[in-house]
Design a protein around this ligand. Structure first.
Ligand code: HEM
Length: 483
């Protein structure tokens, strides 16, 4: 009886809330002028058109119809998609000061993350403080923090490819997780360790909850105004928060102990905890900053690495060109592995990485940014609170922006953009993979996310991997349980 009464009160408040918000928005809409609108259905707008998967395909279709910008209603928010490099640059880059906040996410951010995950934090003093410290550490120390771990883990990755080529996609995941774990917490861990499993399980839970549509309240943040006892999502969110924070705390305490004992390796975590002593960060902020970084770098690098392999299998011509460059630097007969120190001699490799980001962008429809004050642009008037995103898939695959966009063609970046950090990243060890292995398309290999098969380029390249693996891991007694 009690439950039935509570549910009907909840439903009624929900309907009143949604109607109220709709009326306010409808009135406000008259004062503003937005780009062409994609037709939707009453109340829900375009929410159900934008599926959970392959959002880029839908958004690219709309860009074709509506041009450089279009508007749609997703959940309780107005979204404007930016469909050309020109408008992305004009708004998200040149006017970043007012286009950099995030939408309200009552479940994933406020409850599950205690409001502390930087990737979803709204613009304000807290975001600026965390961002400043992160930026300082990553920009000044990125080379010495990243490079040794990337070099080491990529040897492990090559060896796994050699021993279990059919599981290359699992090895990519191990590699990305292991690099980030070392970068953030300074320790090389056995990824089969259950404690590490728990750490990555919290990331997976978060990423799952982040999917649009997973939590109704994140699409319709007005629901968070319901009385607490009617917020059916809250207990699940609070349990996730407790679990996450205790897993992070265990890892951070371990790091603090090694700092205390002067045995900690240089890593982001050690630098951050030191810097945080001067800043005004509470415990939850410290824990979530480190955890967020682990999440931000793991899946992104794993997927991008796998896409390079897919591109190598589909378009062998660029691999041949890259091999010529690599052979000139590292020898034609597997004399040594490429290293990040060779970067200046390998501009083609940098172009490959940039092309990987363009060819299949990780975030197909970008990442939502929220406008923090009313703004005008080319005859349009946008209200504060509008969500903006760059339509990454549509831009990358637009022949008006990139010649033959479907083709993986690194040469397109061999120009003045090559060394602009904003136009690409250098964050993974693909050179070694492409130097040592051949990648071919094989539709029968359907366990992997893309149908790629790999084998060593030659017996000499296989021998090189074995040699380096032995001297790096086996002779030094480093963990061998990942074989
Ligand atoms: C292939 C690798 C990566 C890709 C494709 C990628 C992609 C992205 C994208 C699309 C965003 C959102 C940017 C925006 O909203 O304008 C982002 C944010 C972020 N990324 Fe990455 N990322 C990668 C690697 C990394 C790594 C290795 C780290 C950490 C060392 C990292 C840390 C972050 C952080 C902290 C943010 C949030 C910035 C903020 O909201 O202020 N990412 N990344």
């Amino acid at each position: 009886m009690e439950i039935a009464r509570a549910s009907s009160t909840g439903l009624l408040s929900l309907i009143i809330l949604v109607l109220g918000v709709w009326l306010v928005k409808h009135k406000a809409a008259k004062r503003y002028k937005l780009p062409p609108r994609v037709p939707g259905i009453p109340f829900f707008g375009n929410t159900f058109q934008l599926g959970v998967f392959q959002q880029g395909v839908w958004a690219k279709e709309q860009a074709k119809k509506y041009g450089e910008m279009f508007t749609c209603t997703i959940g309780g928010n107005q979204w404007i998609f930016l469909n050309s490099t020109r408008v992305v640059y004009d708004l998200l880059d040149r006017r970043a000061a007012i286009y950099s906040s995030r939408p309200s996410q009552p479940m994933v951010q406020d409850i599950m993350s205690g409001g502390k995950r930087i990737v979803m934090m709204q613009y304000g003093p807290e975001w600026r403080a965390v961002r400043k410290v992160m930026h300082q550490i990553l920009s000044i120390r990125s080379k010495d923090i990243y490079q040794p771990f990337q070099e080491l883990e990529s040897i492990q990755l090559l060896h796994e490819y050699l021993r279990q080529p059919q599981k290359w996609y699992l090895s990519n995941q191990r590699y990305a997780n292991a690099v980030m774990l070392s970068v953030v917490f300074g320790r090389r861990a056995d990824l089969d360790d259950p404690q590490i499993g728990e750490l990555f399980a919290t990331s997976n839970e978060f990423l799952q909850n982040l999917q649009p549509g997973y939590n109704l309240v994140d699409g319709y943040p007005q629901l968070a105004k319901l009385p607490r006892f009617l917020q059916w999502w809250r207990p699940r969110g609070e349990r996730a928060y407790k679990r996450t924070i205790s897993v992070y705390r265990r890892e951070v305490n371990r790091l603090l102990e090694s700092v205390e004992a002067s045995t900690a390796k240089p890593c982001f975590g050690a630098d951050f905890l030191k810097a945080a002593e001067q800043g005004d960060f509470d415990e939850a902020q410290k824990l979530f900053t480190l955890g967020s970084l682990l999440e931000a770098g793991s899946d992104t690098s794993r997927i991008t690495t796998s896409q390079v392999l897919a591109a190598a299998a589909l378009y062998p011509d660029w691999v041949a060109t890259l091999r010529e460059h690599l052979d000139r630097v590292c020898g034609h007969n597997a004399e040594r592995l490429p290293s990040l120190d060779d970067r200046d001699q390998l501009p083609y490799m940098t172009a490959v990485v940039k092309e990987a980001f363009r060819w299949r962008p990780f975030a197909e429809i970008g990442v939502p940014h929220v406008l923090t004050q009313d703004d005008e642009y080319e005859g349009y008037k946008f209200p504060k609170g509008t969500v903006f995103t760059w339509n990454a898939y549509a831009i990358s695959l637009n022949p008006g922006e990139y010649e033959q966009p479907e083709r993986f063609w690194p040469e397109r970046f061999l120009n003045e953009d090559l060394n602009s950090p904003l136009k690409g990243h250098y964050a993974f060890g693909a050179a070694r993979l492409l130097y040592c292995f051949d990648f071919t398309e094989n539709p029968r290999h359907d366990a992997a996310p893309v149908h790629v098969e790999l084998k060593p380029r030659s017996p000499q390249h296989a021998a090189l991997i074995e040699r380096v693996y032995q001297s790096t891991f086996v002779e030094k007694g480093l963990i061998a349980s990942r074989d």
